[in-house]
Design a protein around this ligand. Structure first.
Ligand SMILES: Cc1cc2nc3c(=O)[nH]c(=O)nc-3n(C[C@H](O)[C@H](O)[C@H](O)COP(=O)(O)OP(=O)(O)OC[C@H]3O[C@@H](n4cnc5c(N)ncnc54)[C@H](O)[C@@H]3O)c2cc1C
Length: 467
């Protein structure tokens, strides 16, 4: 049961911090925020919301809050932040995490054992939200999407029941959770595979951004035949002059290639030689522990206001590199702090047997631009630049989105083949017919109705005893 201290209401001195998203540009104004500490409390919150005509938006820290289109007064924001447990079974290469565990929490226990999860490029992102949305990381070209390494999920469904979904139990729900997002219930725990990563070579090369065109062209040609065990991301960076950023890159405009190779140092050196021959100003590549992967990309560790945009491309011809250089490189006037190109391919293109809703990615590259919104005029300039880049790359755009990289409200049909979307809707109808759960990138229940909020005894201020 939940006590009053775990509910935060408008007017409470904790209100602004409780409703905040990680992206500080997103203003969430729910009816109230609940902060349950375990699965029983999550069930109590879900029952309370349903009985009071509120919808439920489940969130860890809000890294994906942009896609929720704002949380309004018809919604209870269920923040899982107190549920951070992580357990590792190193012998069987399995991990079990609670709802709000971050990748850094998993790495802290897996890395010393030479194991790595299929985490993303930021150690700060939540395991559950990342995985429900697919999950694309440094090791995905070798081992696929994170959602397809899930072994089981424990979920509070819309009727307040705790179910375990795995290959033998609730198989349709298990399928939908693996890449179909958070529309089907509140996940309280997730179990997934870990991978041996005792031999890992990773780091980055950086050149002054005047070298953007020749470095990106060389990278484009070089990636065409690298092995799946090697993943690289090419970036145009305009690093802000902030004191907590390391000096070699602080305030600099750079073209950067970051990478990770799952294998021996000698082989990695040979594979990377063509890039080293371009004489980078900075070369941080070396043998690393798996836990280092979460910091390699220099992602921000604290909340900030930002906007992002990008595409998945079917191909990356030389003309696309020219277009990117012109729109985001030297002389472009781009306000983006980062514009990146991730190579996809490898295991990402092969649906594993018994895959989840997001089985594979057929596209060859993913682009992703980020700008920090320090004032409202910056938002306009950033979004305009993201549109310029999207237009410039349109000839190669696959038209398919990857949920985790789309941080604005979007029709989820763009993420899945039609038959997959239909099946997701069927699962939604079965587990949440009244659309109680409000995910980022929602899968709407077919013919379902949105519950109209009933009157609370005091508007927006429910009584804790009801929980
Ligand atoms: C700095 C940064 C780096 C990133 N890098 C990568 C990357 O390398 N690869 C990649 O694939 N993605 C990446 N992402 C995207 C990230 O995976 C998505 O934003 C993801 O949704 C974040 O999950 P979260 O739990 O942290 O965020 P939240 O906003 O808390 O959750 C996002 C959504 O997940 C669902 N959800 C979360 N928890 C639960 C739960 N317990 N039960 C049910 N549903 C739940 C909800 O629908 C929620 O709206 C990055 C994002 C950021 C901000």
């Amino acid at each position: 049961m939940l006590n009053a201290a775990q509910l935060v209401r408008p007017g409470d001195e904790r209100w602004d911090s409780a409703r905040a998203a990680w992206n500080l540009a997103i203003d969430q104004r729910p009816a109230l925020v609940a902060q349950p500490g375990d699965a029983d409390e999550v069930a109590a919150v879900v029952n309370f919301a349903r009985e009071n005509g509120l919808r439920v938006a489940v969130q860890a820290e809000g890294h994906g809050a942009g896609a929720l289109a704002g949380v309004g007064e018809d919604t209870l924001l269920l923040k899982t932040g107190r549920m951070t447990g992580v357990e590792i079974d190193a012998e069987n290469r399995r991990a079990r995490v609670s709802a709000a565990a971050k990748w850094r929490d998993v790495s802290a226990v897996a890395s010393p054992r030479g194991l790595a999860p299929l985490s993303g490029l930021s150690a700060e992102v939540g395991v559950v939200g990342y995985t429900l949305g697919g999950g694309l990381g440094w090791l995905s070209r070798k081992h696929g999407l994170a959602c397809n390494s899930v072994l089981a999920a424990e979920v509070i469904t819309a009727d307040g029941t705790l179910v375990r979904a795995d290959r033998d139990n609730e198989p349709d729900l298990f399928w939908a959770l693996r890449g179909g997002g958070g529309s089907f219930g509140a996940v309280t725990a997730l179990e997934f595979e870990l991978y041996p990563a005792g031999e890992l070579y990773a780091g980055m090369f950086a050149w002054p951004w005047q070298r953007t065109a020749d470095v990106l062209h060389a990278w484009r040609e070089w990636v065409s035949d690298v092995p799946d065990a090697l993943s690289t991301v090419a970036r145009i960076l305009q690093v802000p002059p902030l004191p907590d950023i390391p000096e070699p890159v602080r305030g600099r405009q750079l073209v950067v290639i970051g990478g990770a190779y799952l294998g021996a140092e000698g082989l990695a050196g040979e594979l990377l030689r063509p890039l080293r021959d371009l004489r980078p100003e900075l070369d941080t590549f070396g043998a690393v522990a798996p836990g280092a992967l979460g910091r390699l990309h220099m992602e921000p560790e604290d909340p900030m206001p930002y906007a992002v945009g990008g595409q998945m491309l079917d191909e990356l011809p030389a003309a696309a590199i020219d277009a990117i250089t012109e729109a985001a490189g030297p002389g472009s006037g781009s306000p983006l702090i980062s514009f990146e190109l991730r190579q996809l391919g490898g295991a990402l293109t092969e649906p594993p047997p018994d895959a989840g809703a997001l089985a594979a990615l057929d596209q060859a590259f993913l682009t992703h631009g980020v700008g920090t919104i320090m004032d409202p005029s910056a938002a306009t300039a950033i979004n305009t630049q993201l549109d310029v880049l999207a237009d410039a790359l349109k000839p190669w755009d696959s038209g398919v989105g990857l949920a985790n990289f789309v941080d604005v409200p979007t029709d989820a049909r763009t993420f899945y083949p039609p038959e997959t979307f239909d099946r997701l809707q069927e699962v939604k109808r079965r587990y949440d017919p009244d659309d109680l759960f409000r995910a980022n990138h929602p899968i709407p229940s077919p013919g379902g109705h949105v519950v109209v909020p009933a009157e609370l005894e005091t508007p927006g201020v429910p009584e804790a005893r009801k929980l």
